[in-house]
Design a protein around this ligand. Structure first.
Ligand code: SF4
Length: 344
């Protein structure tokens, strides 16, 4: 912990001050998605709870994270319980539920510790398996109370990269791979499974370096996680990444790069998927070519089945453009890159 650079942390904090928070107290949204989990394709329901937001926002926050837009600083225990009750009335049953909170489910400031375990108990009366997200620092205290959910609970942690320089100078994560490892071991000791999120292409990192870092991080994190989810960066409002994007100094990763990462990890004995937010859009992973839809569908289909044919089958003439981009990126501003390559 305390692995931050004060200049980057300060800039992120000052950008955040210009953004609005929500006044609403209902849950943010719910939707379904499909993913290959625990041996087969599963239909998963996602619930995004509205909370007061990640405690790390209140200090600084991660350079790419704009989740605080959906949060309301006045939300407490009562409002969270009301959201769960409302949700369970509408969607009482299912196979898998993912709860996202724009922060950490086990952060006692965000979700009162008195209601964390009762919420899990209630959800597991109607759902077979639950996935919640947390920063590693909250795991140690809650772990003994999770033993009774062995085999039915997964905790997802945003490791992003195992490279401590990247965590400090690019992401501003304020924890290290060692913190993740410790939390993962604690959870495994209680038979709770662990998911690692990895971030593809954080700010200040070039496309080629990003691919190499994500592949290396996945290989390292696989020794401590049961499941890996690759998140290609999408540009969110009010973030340091958005500032760089608007200045022409950041381009989200190519879908070619996502494909490259996933294929490079074919031999890994841990499932690796990528459910991409904003796939094919300018602010999300995109090739900027007519193949965007085909690539988005191929990567989604792969993530639902782990069938590598869906990735191998992806081809397009823009591969050459991707490879040229990786050579010149950083040498000319990104906006100019887009202009240069739009003629390709
Ligand atoms: S990415 Fe996660 S840990 Fe970082 S600021 Fe956002 S919610 Fe908090």
């Amino acid at each position: 912990m305390n692995n931050i650079d004060p200049v980057i942390a300060g800039e992120i904090r000052s950008l955040r001050q210009n953004t609005e928070r929500s006044e609403r107290t209902d849950f943010v949204t719910t939707y379904t998605e499909r993913e290959y989990l625990n041996g087969r394709t599963r239909e998963e329901r996602v619930l995004i709870l509205r909370t007061r937001g990640c405690s790390w926002f209140y200090h600084s926050g991660c350079s790419m994270c704009g989740f605080y837009e959906d949060t309301n600083p006045r939300i407490g225990k009562k409002e969270v319980v009301a959201q769960i009750e409302q949700f369970m009335k509408q969607y009482p049953k299912g196979e898998v539920l993912k709860i996202f909170t724009s922060g950490s489910f086990f952060d006692p400031v965000e979700i009162d510790k008195e209601i964390q375990v009762p919420i899990i108990e209630k959800i597991l009366t109607g759902y077979d398996f639950l996935i919640v997200e947390s920063r590693p620092e909250y795991v140690e205290k809650i772990a003994p109370a999770l033993e009774k959910f062995a085999g039915r609970l997964q905790v997802a942690m945003g490791m992003e990269s195992t490279n401590s320089e990247m965590l400090k100078f690019s992401i501003n994560k304020n924890y290290t791979f060692d913190d993740f490892k410790k939390a993962a071991e604690t959870l495994h000791a209680k038979s709770i499974s662990v998911r690692a999120y990895l971030l593809l292409k954080p700010p200040y990192v070039k496309e080629n370096e990003a691919i190499q870092d994500t592949v290396k991080s996945a290989r390292e994190v696989a020794q401590f996680a049961d499941f890996i989810s690759i998140n290609p960066l999408n540009v969110q409002r009010g973030t340091l990444v958005e500032k760089m994007y608007k200045e022409g100094n950041y381009r989200p990763p190519w879908l070619w790069s996502v494909r490259e990462v996933l294929l490079s990890l074919k031999d890994l004995n841990v499932p690796v998927v990528s459910l991409i937010s904003g796939s094919g859009k300018k602010r999300g992973a995109h090739n900027g070519h007519e193949c965007d839809k085909k690539f988005s569908n191929g990567i989604r289909k792969y993530s639902e089945t782990l069938n590598f044919d869906y990735l191998e089958d992806l081809t397009c003439e823009c591969r050459e453009m991707w490879s040229r981009f990786t050579e010149v990126e950083g040498k000319i501003p990104t906006e100019l890159n887009e202009v240069v390559f739009s003629d390709f």
